[in-house]
Design a protein around this ligand. Structure first.
Ligand SMILES: Nc1ncnc2c1ncn2[C@@H]1O[C@H](COP(=O)(O)OP(=O)(O)O)[C@@H](O)[C@H]1O
Ligand SMILES: [Mg+2]
Length: 270
């Protein structure tokens, strides 16, 4: 992969979603963000989950500056907001992020009351500030398919669906892709879906391979060749506030770097 920056004018916006919880969404956002940053891409991660696991990963503590909910509120109420004041920088991973706090849960009603309630997140991130300053903006979504998640889907160019290599974990994938296409008012998922990413793959049972193969049969090359292994060091990484990518010995880190290469290939050679 070459080292040049994305020459597209607009930031590429990627949603990492699955309405099922605990499938590795936040872990995937953190690690592909770190891997893209290592490849010299300018990365912004946006925490759109009221449970703010991504913000916890960065060790974020409320600091009086605006979070995701403040941005939403200001846009819905037509107030000016200085976007640069909403950005936090994490030195270790060389990533910018916008944190969330649990108040975000209450923003659903605020979004719903907007005249153009499906476009609130889109209106924020189409601002020149974001397109001029970032190559990739990646959204960590909550475990749901509610108005906040569909807003994120509408704002995004691309989609990654993490699927845990677990019993029937791919049940929701079809519903997820159908929702995305409805939001986009389109029928060609290939234009948007970078891939289904099999996570927490265990090599000591046949089970993960069965799931991976079943997904391959249904979705073909829309499943990332690279799967993400289940590793205790990754389970514990959030407590150390570091990505697995930052650990040069981490198997999972190396896998996420491969995934990031695929993302750059798909998004930058289009
Ligand atoms: N590759 C992995 N190996 C081991 N544990 C993992 C891996 N990926 C995620 N986890 C753990 O699984 C749990 C759910 O992951 P998370 O990324 O928070 O999922 P989601 O955001 O979909 O709810 C967390 O405790 C996380 O640390
Ligand atoms: Mg999460």
């Amino acid at each position: 992969m070459n080292e040049t920056k994305n020459t597209n004018k607009k930031a590429i916006k990627i949603a990492v979603t699955n309405q099922k919880g605990g499938v590795g969404k936040t872990t995937t956002v953190m690690n592909i963000g770190a891997a893209l940053a290592i490849n010299k891409r300018r990365v912004l991660l946006v925490d759109c989950d009221p449970q703010h696991h991504l913000s916890n990963w960065f060790g974020f503590e409320p600091d009086g500056k605006p979070t995701t909910s403040d941005i939403i509120f200001s846009v819905v109420t037509n107030q000016k907001i200085n976007y640069s004041n909403c950005i936090r920088h994490n030195e270790n991973e060389n990533i910018d992020y916008i944190p969330s706090i649990n108040v975000l849960a209450g923003m659903l009603g605020i979004i719903a009351a907007d005249n153009n309630s499906s476009n609130v997140i889109l209106r924020i991130f189409e601002d020149d500030y974001f397109n001029n300053n970032y190559d990739y903006i990646i959204f960590d979504c909550q475990t749901a398919l509610d108005l906040l998640v569909t807003n994120v889907l509408k704002a995004c160019d691309k989609l990654i669906i993490p699927v845990q290599a677990d019993l029937l974990s791919y049940d929701g994938v079809e519903q997820m892709t159908e929702t995305f296409m409805r939001v986009k008012n389109d029928t060609d998922i290939r234009k948007y879906l970078i891939g289904l990413l099999v996570t927490m793959y265990q090599t000591n049972t046949k089970h993960s391979a069965t799931i991976y193969n079943a997904l391959r049969e249904s979705y073909g090359d829309l499943v990332f060749n690279t799967y993400i292994s289940f590793r205790t060091e990754t389970k514990n990484a959030v407590g150390f506030h570091r990505s697995s990518v930052a650990d040069s010995k981490s198997v999972v880190g190396a896998q996420y770097i491969e995934v990031a290469h695929k993302i750059m290939e798909v998004c930058e050679n289009a």
